[in-house]
Design a protein around this ligand. Structure first.
Ligand code: LMR
Length: 324
C-alpha cells in the first residue's frame, strides 16, 4: 500500500482560507457501478461548489489499495474518505453484520427503511471510537450466485469453493449449505475464478458485469439472497479540522449524492443484468418459490448464530414490519 501521509490539522487558522483540503477517496469497484458513479458525482459537486478550497481525488478499481488496506489507511488519516462494503467491517464492529444475514432483506427498499430508522441512523456513529465518522449508506444491490453449474437447490452448491468478502456471517451462510467459503479481496476474484482456484462467488449484477465475472461463470443463479451496500465514512480528525462552512457544504453534498446513488442503484443493476445476459456467456438460473424456501430454510439458522453479537436492538429494527 502506498503510504500517503496527510498533514492533520488540529485547529482552523487564517491559512485555512487559503489552503486546499484534499480528500483522497479510494474504492474498489469500476467507475460505472453505483459506488463508482457516486464517488465521481461527489468529486464533481465538490469541484463546482467548493472548487479551490476542497479537492476530491477518486481512485476507483482498487488502483490505490484494496478495502482492507483502506480501512487501515482511513484510521491513520492516510486517506480521508472511504465507501467500503458493510460486510468488511467485521473486525471493527459486529453490528454491521446484520446486513449480511441471508434472506433478511428482500430488496433495497427494505434495507433503506431500516437504514433510515432511528437504529439504522445510529449505526453511522458505531465507529466513532475508532476515528471513523459515518456520513451515509450507499446501496449497490442484491447478491446473486455465480457458479460453474446451475444452482437450483442448495445441495447443488455443496463442495463448491466460493469466494466471499471478509465476513464471518458470509462464511457461516456458505457452511450452512455445505459449500467451502474462501475470504478474498475483490480485485483478486476474476483471476481466481479463471484459474480454478475458486469455483463460485456471490455478488451484485453491477459487479458481475463490471468485473467480467460472467466470462468465467457459466451460470448465474438469481437468488437475491443478500445485500451489498457501503458505509461512507471520513476520518474524524480530518473532518473536525475543516472550517465550519466547508464541513457544512460537504455534508450537504454527501447527502445529495447519497440520495442520488440510492435512487439509481437498482436501475444500474438491472441494466448490468441485461448486459450480462446479452453476452450469452452466462445462463440465468431462476428460482421458484419452492427452491427459494429450500435456500432460506438452510440459511436461516445463521441469524440465530449471530443475533447476540449484532445486538437485539439492531435485529429487531431490521426485522420490524417485515413479518419475520
Ligand atoms: C466485494 O468485495 O465483492 C464488494 O465489496 C465489492 C464492492 O465494493 O462492491
Amino acid at each position: 500500500m502506498a503510504l500517503i501521509f496527510q498533514l492533520v490539522l488540529t485547529s482552523c487558522t487564517p491559512d485555512d482560507q487559503e489552503k486546499t483540503f484534499v480528500i483522497k477517496f479510494p474504492h474498489v469497484t469500476a467507475p460505472a457501478t453505483p459506488k463508482g458513479q457516486g464517488a465521481e458525482r461527489l468529486r464533481q459537486l465538490v469541484d463546482e461548489r467548493l472548487g479551490g478550497r476542497v479537492k476530491v481525488e477518486v481512485y476507483p478499481s482498487s488502483q490505490l489499495m484494496n478495502d482492507d488496506d483502506s480501512l487501515e489507511a482511513l484510521a491513520f488519516g492516510e486517506v480521508q474518505m472511504i465507501a467500503v462494503s458493510l460486510s468488511k467491517f467485521d473486525r471493527l464492529t459486529r453490528r454491521f453484520q446484520v446486513f449480511d444475514l441471508p434472506f433478511l432483506f428482500t430488496d433495497l427498499q427494505e434495507v433503506e427503511d431500516f437504514q433510515g430508522s432511528e437504529t439504522g441512523q445510529l449505526l453511522l456513529r458505531t465507529l466513532e471510537d475508532k476515528g471513523f465518522l459515518g456520513l451515509g449508506f450507499w446501496h449497490n444491490g442484491m447478491k446473486q450466485f455465480g457458479a460453474p453449474i446451475p444452482l437450483n437447490n442448495p445441495a447443488d452448491a455443496a463442495g463448491l469453493k466460493f469466494r466471499i468478502m471478509v465476513s464471518d456471517v458470509l462464511q457461516a451462510q456458505l457452511l450452512a449449505i455445505d459449500a467451502v467459503p474462501q475470504k478474498m479481496a475483490f480485485g483478486e476474484v476474476y483471476q481466481a475464478l479463471q484459474s480454478g482456484a475458486i469455483d463460485a462467488q456471490e455478488n451484485t449484477w453491477s459487479n458481475i458485469w463490471s468485473q467480467k465475472f460472467f466470462e468465467v461463470q457459466p451460470y448465474i443463479t438469481e437468488s437475491n439472497h443478500g445485500y451489498i451496500g457501503y458505509f461512507v465514512a471520513v476520518n474524524m480528525q480530518f473532518w473536525n479540522s475543516l472550517p465550519d462552512d466547508i464541513r457544512t457544504e460537504l455534508e450537504a453534498i454527501v447527502a445529495e449524492v447519497t440520495a442520488e446513488v440510492n435512487a439509481g442503484a437498482q436501475a444500474i443493476n438491472l441494466e448490468h443484468r441485461d448486459r450480462v445476459l446479452a453476452t450469452g456467456k452466462s445462463a440465468l438460473v431462476e428460482l421458484n418459490q419452492d427452491d427459494l424456501e429450500n435456500w432460506r430454510a438452510l440459511m436461516r439458522p445463521v441469524w440465530d448464530q449471530f443475533a447476540d453479537e449484532i445486538g437485539g436492538d439492531v435485529m429487531q429494527a431490521a426485522a420490524a414490519g417485515k413479518g419475520h
